[in-house]
Design a protein around this ligand. Structure first.
Ligand code: PGA
Length: 233
């Protein structure tokens, strides 16, 4: 399947309003390229990130629409702030906040119901890969986490052991996993690779079959690091 690639930056808990100028620099470099570019800054920067020439997304949402959930931010609130995408089920949230597949599905459905595209993250641990269970683990996560409406869903395959470590799977392992995910979600759903994507490895990862883009953490924080990844797409 040939789709326009999506290069998404996940700023995690980084950045202040001063960092918004990085988005301007990213947008001006990416403007002429046939690539969709998305930045997911912290909640507090979403409104300020909008209108600068790239799509803006959130890193999480609450599954409920409103109510007594101190600290929660609903999908509709994110849409009002300007978000058009919402990452759900990132491994850091699955680990730090104990989010289950059912929680992730509820968040994805809330994001889609509010009008956003949900980016559902899946990925195995190193122990699971070493035990030969990587594909089975990811298929189980997909079975539990995917929302009903796949047309507003993007999958991000992010091996937990590759996130922020500088390590990446072999291109063969990426191809095997993305083909397995394609078998589950079918054509028309973008499947991103994430985990230590940098300017130096982006081209080879993005040219693997069924890799429709990248979800980038550390290397999305500055235009100097992020633009080469967009150019590689
Ligand atoms: P990384 O993070 O690019 O810093 O490895 C990827 C992610 O967690 O989305």
């Amino acid at each position: 399947m040939t789709t326009r690639k999506l290069i998404a930056g996940n700023w995690k808990m980084n950045g202040s309003s001063a960092a918004l100028t990085e988005i301007d620099a990213i947008a001006s470099s990416a403007m002429a390229l046939a690539v969709d570019v998305l930045i997911c800054p912290p909640f507090t920067l979403i409104a300020g990130a909008c209108g600068r020439g790239v799509a803006v997304g959130a890193q999480d949402c609450h599954p409920k629409a409103s109510g007594a959930h101190t600290g929660g931010v609903s999908a509709a609130m994110l849409v009002e702030a300007g978000a058009t995408y919402c990452i759900v089920g990132h491994s850091e949230r699955r680990t730090d906040n104990g989010e289950t597949d059912a929680d992730v599905r509820a968040k994805a459905e809330a994001a889609i119901a509010a009008g956003m595209t949900a980016i559902v993250c899946v990925g195995e641990t190193l122990a699971e890969r070493d035990a030969g269970h990587a594909v089975a683990v990811v298929k189980r996560q997909l079975a539990g986490s995917l929302p009903g409406m796949l047309d507003k869903t993007v999958i991000a395959y992010e091996p937990v052991w590759a996130i922020g470590t500088g390590r990446t799977p072999s291109l063969g392992d990426v191809a095997e996993m993305h083909a397995a995910i394609r078998g589950v979600v079918g054509d028309g759903v973008r499947i991103l690779y994430g985990g230590s994507v940098k300017g130096a490895n982006a081209a080879e990862l993005l040219h693997v079959d069924n890799v429709d883009g990248a979800l980038v953490g550390g290397a999305s924080l500055t235009a100097a690091d992020f633009v080469p990844i967009i150019e590689a797409a």
